[in-house]
Design a protein around this ligand. Structure first.
Ligand SMILES: [Fe+2]
Length: 213
């Protein structure tokens, strides 16, 4: 079959992630669309479908800024949304022919955590790392310590050296790490809000603190 597929009308976001996930245990499809209310909107639509294509969950929420949310990650109970500082330009600039995204040295790489089941828009919790480029998701899982672990290659500062995508030609790190990020901790089944705290560089298994936004 060729052409657009909207899950028989169940999927209404105009965008669809490049990398949805299929749960190997039950065949569920985990997916999302960003800029989901139009270009340069900070709306994300999360969807969960069963193995037969029946929608199980849908939740729309806001991001702290608009960036190229190319990939995502999931665990048994949580969805991880990755917001890298490939920031969207203004709608006016895009209409003038500028490229949609450009690297920002000012923004942080951020991670949004949402319950996989029965999520509410207000459930999203954001965590911030340094200015860094996130490659593709390797894996994500929940540790016995109540934390979410995320395996992913990470490069500090601008990994995208294409000048057409770069506002600033900031330092391009040669470091290409495979990190384990501890994104969140849960207390009593709830994500607990901490004050922001960026992790130090080159560390692994360093907890990121939730950011109140
Ligand atoms: Fe990709």
């Amino acid at each position: 079959m060729a052409g657009l597929y909207d899950f028989n009308g169940q999927y209404t976001s105009p965008t669809f992630t490049a990398h949805p996930k299929i749960d190997p245990d039950n065949g569920e499809l985990i997916t999302m669309g960003y800029e989901a209310r139009g270009d340069v909107t900070n709306d994300v639509a999360y969807y969960l479908f069963d193995k037969n294509g029946k929608k199980l969950e849908e939740c729309w929420f806001k991001t702290p800024y608009v960036g190229m949310m190319h990939d995502m990650a999931a665990t048994k109970n949580w969805i991880i949304f990755i917001l890298p500082p490939l920031e969207a330009r203004s709608l006016d600039d895009i209409k003038k022919g500028e490229k949609h995204f450009a690297w920002s040295e000012k923004q942080h790489l951020m991670f949004g955590i949402l319950p996989r089941r029965n999520p509410k828009p207000e459930d999203i919790r954001w965590f911030q790392a340094d200015n860094a480029f996130y490659g593709h998701t390797g894996n994500a899982f929940e540790g016995d310590d109540g934390c979410i672990y995320l395996d992913a290659p990470l490069t500090y500062h601008n990994k995208v050296s294409d000048p057409g995508l770069s506002i600033t030609r900031g330092p391009v790190s040669n470091l290409y790490l495979f990190l384990v990020l501890v994104l969140s901790s849960r207390w009593g089944g709830r994500l607990h809000p901490f004050q922001r705290q960026a992790p130090s560089r080159r560390q692994t298994r360093e907890p990121l603190r939730p950011l109140e936004v």
